[in-house]
Design a protein around this ligand. Structure first.
Ligand code: MRU
Length: 374
């Protein structure tokens, strides 16, 4: 498979499954863009910590790390008790992205019926298969989504401006998936194909995945982009400065409700009010077929209040510091995701094409998802 994204990806892939060494090697995304620190995860606990502390993040990459984590755990002991413990520990790391459960359930179903002596090798093989499959999905998402950017480039507005303006929220690039990305895959693809694309990058408070990660990815790829405060998106849409929005998803329901990084819902509302098409790019592994209503059904992760109260940044010498802006004693609430109802979503871009966010349009994908099980 040729999933080469660009030189930055080749230098620093977000995850490597090192079966022979019995470990996973990850890029610590909490240090980007200031530092490129790689960490070897050699135990179940280290893998679980890497997910919950967000050294790795983004729904597909969390799923891949959990798959690798299971292989790491079984390399130490592959009896039923350890298999159960590993699945439970990894599943408890982050509640919202369904890819985690998806990867663990599929692997565990195969591993439980395998002889104990074969389980570690099988787990590495399954994790590698999953990785290749997810990379291929993202590549296809790029192909299907790029067609939308080609079409947008032909509009009078984009031609007059000389560029297509895409707005994205959070980071749904290769750092979040392993390769290509979901929301950014169409951007990478279209840019390669000559579309004059420019990306408005939402900062994405409180953890600033847009400012830290998306801006870094796009800079490394040479793609024109501009960082904007989260609150600027509605204003840009009113001024006809956004041709389309593309975001990723942590969990999408069978009727097309989309759970993604906190703030996504507000962008979708502003997009609807201004007639801007709002697209969500995701692999089928992000669809939770057991849920219809995302607002009542999807568990929303509440993270520590310090992520809101303290901002991290580098001083002139590059050393990292936490700074506080609110008065001492202020309490904060930190829901990490929100749900955008299907009615606000123009289409879902997945590896099989572009689909309306309706139960009828999505139904055929369920059969494909089931047929694609490991
Ligand atoms: O909290 P994070 O950084 O893991 O959240 C990531 C997102 O919300 C992404 O948009 C989503 O996982 C899609 S990644 C392709």
């Amino acid at each position: 498979m040729d999933c080469r994204v660009n030189e930055a990806w080749e230098r620093s892939p977000p995850l490597r499954l090192l079966a022979e060494q019995g470990c996973i090697d990850v890029l610590d995304q909490t240090r980007l863009p200031l530092e490129h620190l790689r960490v070897e995860l050699r135990s179940l606990e280290a893998c679980a910590h890497a997910i919950s502390a967000m050294l790795v993040r983004g729904a597909p990459l969390i799923g891949l790390t959990a798959a690798g984590g299971l292989a790491v755990a079984l390399s130490a002991a592959a009896d039923d008790r350890n298999l159960h413990r590993a699945v439970e520990t990894l599943a408890a790391t982050r509640p919202t992205a369904v890819n985690l459960r998806w990867a663990l359930e599929r692997m565990a179903a195969r591993l439980r019926v395998a002889p104990i002596a074969d389980r570690a090798a099988l787990a590495w093989r399954l994790a590698q298969d999953l990785e290749s499959a997810e990379h291929r999905c993202c590549e296809r998402i790029g192909e299907h989504g790029a067609a939308l950017l080609h079409a947008a480039a032909l509009s009078e507005r984009a031609r007059a401006r000389g560029r297509v303006n895409v707005l994205t929220h959070c980071n749904a690039g290769w750092l979040a998936t392993g390769a290509w990305g979901t929301a950014l895959a169409p951007v990478y693809r279209a840019f390669r194909e000559g579309v004059p694309v420019h990306v408005w990058v939402d900062e994405t408070r409180p953890r600033n995945q847009g400012a830290r990660l998306t801006a870094w990815e796009l800079r490394e790829a040479g793609i024109p982009h501009t960082l904007v405060a989260d609150n600027a998106a509605g204003h840009l849409m009113q001024r006809a400065e956004v041709d389309l929005c593309i975001v990723g998803s942590d969990r999408t329901t069978a009727r097309g409700d989309v759970c993604n990084k906190i703030g996504t819902y507000q962008k979708a509302l502003a997009a609807a009010d201004n007639g801007v098409p709002f697209y969500v790019a995701l692999p089928l592994s992000t669809i939770d077929w057991e849920l219809e209503d995302g607002i009542s059904g999807i568990p929303i992760e509440n993270r520590h209040e310090d992520e809101v109260l303290l901002q991290q940044g580098a001083d002139a010498g590059g050393a990292l510091h936490d700074i506080r802006q609110s008065p001492p004693g202020t309490r904060a609430l930190n829901p990490a995701f929100d749900v955008t109802p299907a009615r606000l979503v123009r289409s879902l871009i997945c590896e099989h094409g572009v689909f309306s966010a309706t139960p009828q349009a999505l139904a055929p994908l369920r059969a494909l998802a089931e047929a694609g099980r490991l």
